[in-house]
Design a protein around this ligand. Structure first.
Ligand SMILES: CC(C)(COP(=O)(O)OP(=O)(O)OC[C@H]1O[C@@H](n2cnc3c(N)ncnc32)[C@H](O)[C@@H]1OP(=O)(O)O)[C@@H](O)C(=O)NCCC(=O)NCCS
Length: 173
């Protein structure tokens, strides 16, 4: 199992014992506002986040993000079946936001994806009203490639979907 570490964080698989902490932040309305999971998030649904498959395994693979002993949130990589491209996702508990943890965690995932897994391209998708994630992705070097209008059915309304991309050839750690 690959554990990714950064100066302040450790990224490793979630275990069933972590799920109450995961539910606490995933059921926070501010954290969930632009995310796709059903509310309230349940132990049953969150159990799908527990997986020790290596990052780069086709499909979504989640990692918990620890700041010291405290679970700050989770990151994920959704790799396509040819193992060439992947989508990144990130969620932080409210207390962990505004400290650069998301950028630090995603940089580690991006370095792993490009340098170790040899992926060709990373992408991300976000609601354009989610200013924090737009700033985050731009800071990390992602290009806004376009926005599909009213293309996602999200929490009882049609929402826009902003698409971001970054090629390995454009990646500067
Ligand atoms: C998207 C999300 C992860 C971004 O978190 P974040 O805390 O804004 O991002 P970072 O952890 O990289 O922190 C950067 C912010 O901390 C500030 N900061 C403070 N101290 C810092 C430090 N030591 N280093 C870096 N940044 C620091 C930065 O100025 C920046 O603030 P700004 O965006 O207002 O300019 C967070 O808003 C979240 O979890 N939202 C809910 C889930 C969600 O919508 N996820 C997106 C799915 S696509």
């Amino acid at each position: 199992m690959t554990v990714l570490t950064t100066p302040r964080l450790s990224l490793r698989p979630l275990t069933p014992a972590d799920l109450p902490a995961v539910l606490a932040y995933r059921n926070d309305p501010q954290v969930a506002r632009y995310q796709g999971w059903a509310l309230p998030a349940t132990l049953e649904a969150a159990a799908a986040l527990v997986a020790d498959a290596p990052l780069g395994t086709p499909g979504w693979v989640q990692r918990g993000v620890w700041a010291g002993a405290r679970l700050a949130g989770d990151v994920a990589l959704n790799t396509d079946s040819w193992r060439q491209q992947a989508e990144v996702g990130v969620t932080l508990a409210a207390w962990a936001q505004g400290q650069g943890y998301a950028a630090e965690a995603l940089r580690a995932v991006m370095a792993h994806a490009f340098d170790d897994l040899g992926l060709h391209r990373l992408q991300a998708s976000a609601d354009p009203r989610n200013g924090a994630v737009a700033r985050l992705l731009t800071r990390l070097g992602f290009r806004h490639e376009g926005t599909s209008l009213r293309s996602c059915w999200h929490r009882d309304e049609w929402a826009d979907d902003a698409r971001y991309g970054l090629l390995r050839s454009e990646w500067t750690p």
